[in-house]
Design a protein around this ligand. Structure first.
Ligand SMILES: CC(C)(COP(=O)(O)OP(=O)(O)OC[C@H]1O[C@@H](n2cnc3c(N)ncnc32)[C@H](O)[C@@H]1OP(=O)(O)O)[C@@H](O)C(=O)NCCC(=O)NCCS
Length: 166
């Protein structure tokens, strides 16, 4: 292997998702989640949710998509919120904080857009590090472990009710 000490590491940038990224994102999501990808209750939500391009980001390194976070507009009861997911990082790029960076960027964009909260279905041990807590009073359109229904709220926001179309 030849060392190239004068070459800087490829720059990693976060950009809004654009149609040109779609094929690479699909391939990344298939690698990250495998064939069970579309069986998740989150997919049922995404079937009726409105995709929020301006709140969704991908990470690009050396011209390639290496991470993605998607955001969707829904309601919890009568309150508008954003539903986050899927989140995925290319295996070779994991454990360097990119997942957390993508979540943070998407949450800050949602907050700046005036959204009250970000909701997701995921692992609390991972998402508590980026400000999420169990949303005990939120119900989804299908069976899910209640400990995996998580929210990050902006200000004093009580989330209660069913997730439905905005
Ligand atoms: C989850 C994922 C996006 C994290 O990406 P990442 O860039 O590695 O994330 P970060 O660098 O911010 O955090 C890495 C840390 O989270 C931990 N972690 C990753 N997934 C976790 C999980 N499901 N539960 C608890 N901890 C988790 C890692 O072990 C690592 O721990 P360390 O900091 O002690 O080494 C990535 O592992 C991935 O794409 N996984 C497959 C798809 C997936 O499960 N998406 C989440 C759906 S809820």
């Amino acid at each position: 292997m030849s060392l190239q000490p004068n070459r800087p590491p490829p720059e990693l940038i976060l950009v809004n998702e654009a149609p040109a990224h779609a094929a690479e994102i699909e391939a990344l999501l298939n690698r990250a989640f495998g064939p069970g990808r579309f069986a998740k209750v989150s997919e049922r939500v995404r079937e009726f949710a409105d995709f929020a391009t301006e709140l969704s980001f991908c990470a690009i390194e050396a011209g390639k998509v290496v991470g993605v976070v998607r955001m969707w507009r829904v309601n919890v009861g009568d309150r508008p919120v954003v539903f986050l997911g899927p989140l995925a990082v290319e295996e070779s790029e994991r454990r360097h904080g990119l997942g957390a960076q993508l979540v943070e960027r998407a949450c800050l964009a949602a907050k700046a857009a005036g959204e009250a909260a970000v909701l997701l279905v995921g692992d609390l041990p991972y998402f508590r590090r980026v400000g999420f807590a169990i949303a005990a009073d939120v119900t989804l359109p299908g069976p899910v472990d209640a400990k995996r229904v998580l929210a990050r709220t902006f200000g004093e926001v009580a989330l209660a009710g069913a997730v439905k179309a905005r």
